[in-house]
Design a protein around this ligand. Structure first.
Ligand code: AOF
Ligand code: ZN
Length: 339
């Protein structure tokens, strides 16, 4: 049996649920009997059944039809089956209970609650376990989840819309639209991809943004986070409509990042003005910068995004990708050492 082909299938089908599983990883599980796929399960929604449980439950409906006993089946799963009893049961124990005798795993789970312990439960029960099939792909598709578990803080992305002369907005202007509709729609997807979205009091007062992900597919909305040292009347701002928001006042940025170590959030998108963006860059903890640059020129009346030349390079970022979107250019920069 070509397990690699099945693993690739599980990885690519799991991706379908990336907006509804987050901040959990996407996970896929396939049960096969010889060449025949008996069932496929995915972690479809945060808080609901894990992939392996869905695959086992679906297979149970075919017992005595396509197979007689779970010992005839091999389980291919993209992530190490969990050992812990979280929001649902433990997958490793459910696999043992089912009678499955062979499990092929994509990547070990970096979550310290699970890491290595899932495999141990399986092996202790006499199950044959093979690990690390397409592990790098699993890690890549769950980039934020692996980052959070490895570095013990959320991945931080800064998003910037810039004029061609590097400006953010006109001085004294309430809101300056710089980029095209296509870029602004792309930002909605970027928001949907992240687990949190963070802004500052100035942006709140000047722009009165909603800061939710307005996309035409089902997504878990990013947790809104506001940093403001001034009192805010929540009724005045769209930011507080629909979803709840975390408000932090009088915390340093390091303390804010520290606060989210123990949360579910694996990634935070920072959408703020130049002051807050530059302050975040100074912490050295920004992992990615996404810049949408239009061909508009704001000139002397515009406020610079960065005070120094080559700021992005000086902070240690390297261009990861660059392409045209609408009439704009979207560039993604990533910190060297995290590649
Ligand atoms: C699996 N199969 O499909 C997924 C796993 O909060 P819970 O109970 O849903 O648990 C979430 C943790 O379980 C998550 O942090 C990760 O370690 C693991 N995810 N494990 O066996 C799955 N989604
Ligand atoms: Zn599980």
């Amino acid at each position: 049996m070509n397990y690699e082909k099945l693993m690739l299938r599980a990885i690519s089908n799991a991706n379908f649920y990336k907006f509804t599983a987050k901040p959990n990883p996407v996970v896929g599980a396939i049960l096969v009997k010889g060449e025949e796929i008996i069932s496929e399960g995915y972690h479809e929604k945060f808080g609901q059944n894990h992939a392996e449980i869905n695959a086992i439950n679906l297979a149970k409906k075919k017992i005595n039809k396509n197979f007689n006993d779970f010992s005839e089946l091999v389980l291919i799963c993209t992530l190490e089956p969990c050992s812990h009893i979280g929001k649902t049961g433990s997958c490793a124990h459910a696999i043992v209970d089912s009678g499955i005798k062979k499990v092929i795993i994509g990547s070990i789970d970096p979550n310290p609650l699970v890491s290595g312990k899932g495999v141990e439960i399986l092996e202790d029960a006499g199950i044959k376990v093979e690990k690390n099939l397409c592990a790098e792909l699993v890690r890549k598709q769950n980039k934020y989840f692996f980052f959070k578990q490895t570095f013990n803080r959320p991945y931080l992305t800064v998003k910037i819309a810039s004029s061609s002369d590097g400006k953010s907005h006109y001085k004294d202007s309430e809101r300056t639209y710089i980029t095209s509709d296509a870029s602004r729609n792309d930002v909605q997807i970027l928001r949907a991809e992240h687990d949190g979205i963070l802004t500052g009091g100035n942006t709140l007062r000047n722009d009165n943004p909603h800061m939710n992900a307005r996309v035409d597919f089902d997504t878990n909305q990013p947790q809104k986070i506001l940093l403001s040292n001034q009192d805010i009347n929540e009724d005045e701002y769209k930011f507080f409509k629909n979803n709840s928001a975390d408000i932090h006042s009088n915390l340093s940025l390091d303390e804010v990042i520290e606060f989210y170590k123990n949360s579910d959030l694996c990634s935070i998108l920072i959408e703020a003005g130049p002051d807050l963006v530059n302050a975040f860059l100074k912490t050295g903890k920004v992992d990615e910068i996404v810049i949408y640059t239009s061909n508009k020129v704001l000139g002397d009346e515009g406020v610079d995004w960065f005070k120094e030349k080559n700021a992005i390079e000086n902070y240690g970022f390297k261009l990861e990708s660059s392409y045209k979107i609408g009439g704009d250019v979207k560039e993604t920069f990533i910190k060297n050492e995290k590649k």
